[in-house]
Design a binder for this molecule. Sequence first.
Ligand SMILES: C[S@@+](CC[C@H](N)C(=O)[O-])C[C@H]1O[C@@H](n2cnc3c(N)ncnc32)[C@H](O)[C@@H]1O
Length: 340
Amino acid sequence: MYKQELAIIVQSIITSNTVDEHTKCARNLSGFYEKIATINHFENNETHVKGGIALSSSGAADCVDDYLRTVYFIKGVYKALIKLCNDFPERSINILYAGCGPYATLILPLLPLFNKDRIKAILLDINAASIESVHHILAVVGLNDYSIQLIETDAITYDKPQDFTIDLAISETMHYALTREPQVAITQNIVSQLPSHGILIPEEIRIDLAYTFFDYEPSLKNAIDEVKGRDELQPYPHSVFVDRLFTINKELFGTQSQNLSFKSDFYKLPDDFSNHPDVSIFTEIKIFEDIELKTAESYITNPYSVVSLYNLIEYSEIQFIYDFSDIPKWTYNVKSLLID
Ligand SMILES: C[S@@+](CC[C@H](N)C(=O)[O-])C[C@H]1O[C@@H](n2cnc3c(N)ncnc32)[C@H](O)[C@@H]1O
């Protein structure tokens, strides 16, 4: 009975077209999980790993309520799975899902749409309570006959089994501007184990530098009742795009697999910045093909302010460093104004 109810909800997610529809079906999914998830979620089981903070099981459960994030990721995973099923009609599709949380939100709802022989999945989470919760939900919904392996481990150091070729790797372990959570360290490890045909979700995380008036930029504060789509959001009109600092994707880690930081060029600081006084980082996510999450459509694409230009008036140029060797963070170097 639950399996059919879940299939109806996920079908509505796949076919939803408007922000109202996205919100409604994500709310239904959230209500469904709340109804069946009898395992307690804890707020005090955050874990510090070398690469970031893994959310508590309660914090990870709340991610389902970041409505556009949830809907767009599920749409993206579905589209990727359909592509893989078409490309490999004779065999099952191998999925590695790193950081599944207590609901395995980005894959579990889709299972009823696929024959159990078509899917083989390994789900990882560092949080024991989250793994226990997914076990419970698979049993309650009646999805125990799918080939799903649940492993409590650190996805940053995890090695896949040799006979498991990853066709689809999924990880949403990120905070805005790639701060705090270990998305980049996990992606680096997964990509090193992904074959050339393997799909990574999200396909791209684009990190841009802009000078703006941070307080006037749209920012999602409450996804339960303030969700706006990209057509309704009003970006601050005087912001100045400076550069794309980097893009996290398969190709990047193909060439730089050992690096634990990114260093940008030096950028000239503007002389007149009264209209755009904040040095800010913007995040956009290409989940898969045309399915994207834009600025402030989700908590994970909210803008982030690094420093005010009012604090840099003695300097002429700025360089950014993104370091994910431990809890990911942004720092900067500045060059002084030349004195004649
Ligand atoms: C932002 S939550 C997302 C949960 C779920 N995937 C979703 O999309 O709703 C991230 C999850 O990744 C897990 N996680 C973070 N870092 C991890 C790591 N290094 N190894 C394994 N799991 C990790 C956290 O415990 C948490 O459950």
